[in-house]
Design a protein. Structure first.
Length: 357
């Protein structure tokens, strides 16, 4: 199962048309200095567009005790790897969750959470109360993803400056009656631990571009948004040249779950004044120059590499310069003592073996 998800992710590449479509989803925020902040939505999807869950920020209400706690390693092994070293990390930084809500004959339970300074992953289980499998009549695609979506639904973890992420459905254990729904997110700024609220409405199947409602329920959950942050800061201040511009690394952070890099470019990004949702092709070129075109590679000590280039982030033109942030959840849990280096653009930053100490 894990190989399906991660292989699909690693194989994603984007055409010029897709880049323009992603640029169309740039979100303009408040004016800042002499420029505008641009937050880029996910540069990857773990679910085909037609079956994507609606990523709508909502406030959930109500909560119930599920009564059964699952170890984080049990919940996340299919998604982020199940080697002993990975299992140890997941159980150390993850937390089980005990919250559920029932509506329209279906119960949604928050199983477990992983998190760090900038990213988190939450797994929910969904099951009919009468034990009838939700997958009856449904077939997963070649990547193990189920053709399901919520009419609306997302987890509110508190105020964040910007947020990118993915969500998808899968069946962790075909022998039981439950299926799983996963949210994976990276935020600008720093996550604050506290209380998370989730609200899901209208569970639907998707087939041939048409939807069918399975349950029209409204499921509200509230639970503790808590985990152990294992983020470390790597040396920054280095510069590299690209497209005639100088990129200077301001901050480089890495955890077993995700990475985030902040850098300044010595030229202001110039966006058009086209209405939101109608970004022209030239803005896609700006996106390539300042964000998606900056390569990021994590190299392990065994010689294998993870290409992290297709990550979300933000662009803030300001006073003749551009401040950029780029980050993402890793395709697998990577113990930091297994990381040899992180390369951003033309800069390679070695990672000491004892970086976690």
């Amino acid at each position: 199962m894990k190989e399906n998800y991660r292989g699909y992710l690693d194989g994603l590449r984007f055409t010029e048309e897709e880049k323009r479509a992603m640029t169309d989803r740039l979100m303009a925020a408040a004016e800042e200095g002499q420029g505008r902040r641009r937050s880029v939505r996910p540069l990857r999807r773990l679910m085909p567009l037609g079956a994507a869950a609606a990523l709508v920020l909502t406030l959930g209400v109500g909560a119930g005790a599920a009564g059964v706690l699952k170890a984080p390693a049990e919940v996340f092994s299919d998604l982020f790897g199940g080697r002993p070293a990975q299992t140890e990390i997941v159980d150390r930084i993850g937390r089980p969750i005990d919250a559920s809500a029932t509506a329209d004959g279906i119960t949604i339970t928050a199983d477990a959470i992983l998190g760090d300074r900038h990213s988190y992953a939450i797994v929910y289980s969904i099951a009919r109360d009468d034990g009838t499998p939700l997958t009856e009549g449904l077939a997963p695609d070649g990547n193990g993803l189920l053709p399901l979506m919520f009419e609306s639904g997302w987890t509110d973890v508190g105020r964040v400056d910007g947020k990118t992420g993915s969500a998808w459905f899968y069946d962790a254990d075909p022998t039981d009656a439950s299926i799983q729904y996963v949210e994976v997110c990276t935020v600008d700024g720093t996550l604050r631990q506290g209380t998370a609220r989730a609200d899901f409405r209208g569970l639907r199947t998707v087939s041939g571009g048409e939807t069918r409602t399975i349950a029209q329920g409204d499921w509200g959950l509230k639970f503790q948004f808590a985990f152990r942050d294992s983020t470390v800061e790597l040396p920054a201040g280095q510069s590299f040249r690209k497209d005639g511009m100088t990129y200077t690394l301001d901050r480089v952070e890495l955890s077993p779950l995700s990475y985030q890099v902040s850098y300044t470019v010595d030229r202001a990004a110039e966006f058009s004044d086209a209405p939101s949702g109608r970004m022209p092709e030239e803005d896609g070129n700006v996106l390539d120059q300042f964000l998606t075109g900056v390569t990021v590679t994590l190299r392990k000590r065994d010689g294998t590499e993870l290409d992290l280039t297709n990550s979300g982030g933000s662009i803030v033109p300001k006073k003749g310069m551009t401040q950029c942030r780029k980050g993402d959840v890793l395709p697998e849990i990577v113990p930091l003592d297994e990381v040899e280096s992180l390369t951003i653009g033309g800069v390679t930053i070695p990672v000491p073996v004892d970086v976690e100490k």
